[in-house]
Write a new protein. Structure first.
Length: 333
């Protein structure tokens, strides 16, 4: 079975072709980073317009790369949330039109389920159940993946997402958007010398606004004297320890032996290494997606869509012309 998948939830216009659920025949990502960089973050209106300009060409490139034509597609997977509503709508509208014209089913797919499904590409034998540490620009969650289409929320952030905290810290340190990779680069040249606050709740929830504010206060106080490398390193070390320690606690308490990392922040080398190390110490298994499937892409959406398709979570577009984007779509069901 061939799936054409579309992802347009934020600032990447992405289209992939997936064969038989997990095989990536094409994975094309057209990024808008350079356009948003000058504004210091994603401008939603510009993101939507850019998606409109690029989507037909990204689809064509995906088909050409996979060496197939429209008639070979069995169903269309599309991200319908969560994300920027105007950006999502471009992908959803395109997918609806294509499904209508080709008279094939459409599979609305949750962007965060896509991030988790990125692991199925890197690890062909990985099967649920497992725990997933989901870390992106908008999310920080521990999710129990009971089955391919069954998700249970274990923990969430009470304020900022970890990627958001990385991006805000980057801004304070004078680094360009997107901040996560820049903070990570700077941190590699520093030492963890600043003592930053960690949070602890009676359940497993996270919080990153306190540490973000502490970093801002230190930067404002120390001004020219500030050692940016050390502050970046202290921030990265503290948040990654908080993420990994909580994950290991949940695995011990719930007797779960496998964890899959997911979301844009899973591209962070320090986090990848720390999770791997702590899992080894506890005789747990860590699954960490290939770097190219960590940040937003459509291959992960195609894989998640394929499991939705298998679970009959699809329809003929004539039966549901009102399919819409859902900006705040939840991970669990
Ligand atoms: O998953 P993603 O591409 O988009 C969302 O669904 O949000 O995640 C983007 C987030 C941004 O906050 C970005 O700064 C962060 O992931 N990120 C990183 C790294 N690469 C991307 N954060 C820390 N270290 C990285 N290497
Ligand atoms: Zn994402």
């Amino acid at each position: 079975m061939i799936c054409l998948s579309i992802e347009s939830s934020c600032d990447e216009t992405a289209v992939a072709i997936i064969k038989d659920k997990r095989e990536v025949l094409a994975n094309i990502v057209s990024t808008q980073i350079d356009i948003h960089k000058k504004y210091g973050g994603v401008v939603p209106e510009i993101a939507s317009r850019e998606h409109i300009l690029h989507i037909p060409f990204v689809v064509k490139e995906a088909l050409d790369t996979a060496n197939i034509s429209f008639k070979d597609i069995d169903y269309i997977g599309v991200t319908y949330g969560p994300g920027l509503v105007g950006a999502l709508l471009v992908g959803v509208a395109y997918a609806k039109a294509l499904a209508y014209v080709l008279d094939i089913p459409i599979v609305p797919t949750n962007h965060m389920h896509g991030h988790i499904a990125a692991n199925y590409i890197t690890y062909p034998n990985l099967k649920p159940p497992f725990l997933s540490l989901v870390v992106s620009g908008g999310h920080t969650n521990l999710v129990y993946v009971e089955d391919y289409t069954k998700f249970k929320m274990i923990a969430k952030t009470r304020d900022d997402a970890v990627g958001e905290a990385f991006d805000k810290v980057a801004r304070v340190l004078g680094l360009p958007y997107p901040g996560g990779p820049e903070v990570s680069k700077l941190a590699q040249r520093g030492k963890s010398t600043y003592k930053l606050p960690k949070t602890k709740f009676e359940n497993y929830d996270f919080s990153f606004s306190g540490i973000k504010t502490a970093v801002i206060n230190i930067a404002n106080k120390e001004k020219e004297k500030l050692n940016k490398e050390d502050l970046a390193c202290s921030f990265q070390t503290t948040v990654c320890e908080e993420l990994v320690d909580t994950t290991i606690n949940v695995m011990k308490d719930m007797n779960i032996k496998e964890v899959a990392l997911a979301g844009g922040v899973s591209a962070n080398i320090y986090l990848r290494d720390l999770l791997q190390k702590k899992c080894k110490e506890n005789k747990f298994t860590a699954y960490i997606p290939d770097l190219k499937y960590c940040t937003d892409n459509a291959a992960m959406i195609g894989v998640a869509a394929s499991y939705n398709y298998e679970a009959n979570k699809y329809f003929k577009i004539e039966d549901k012309l009102d399919l819409n984007a859902v900006a705040n779509l939840k991970i669990d069901n």
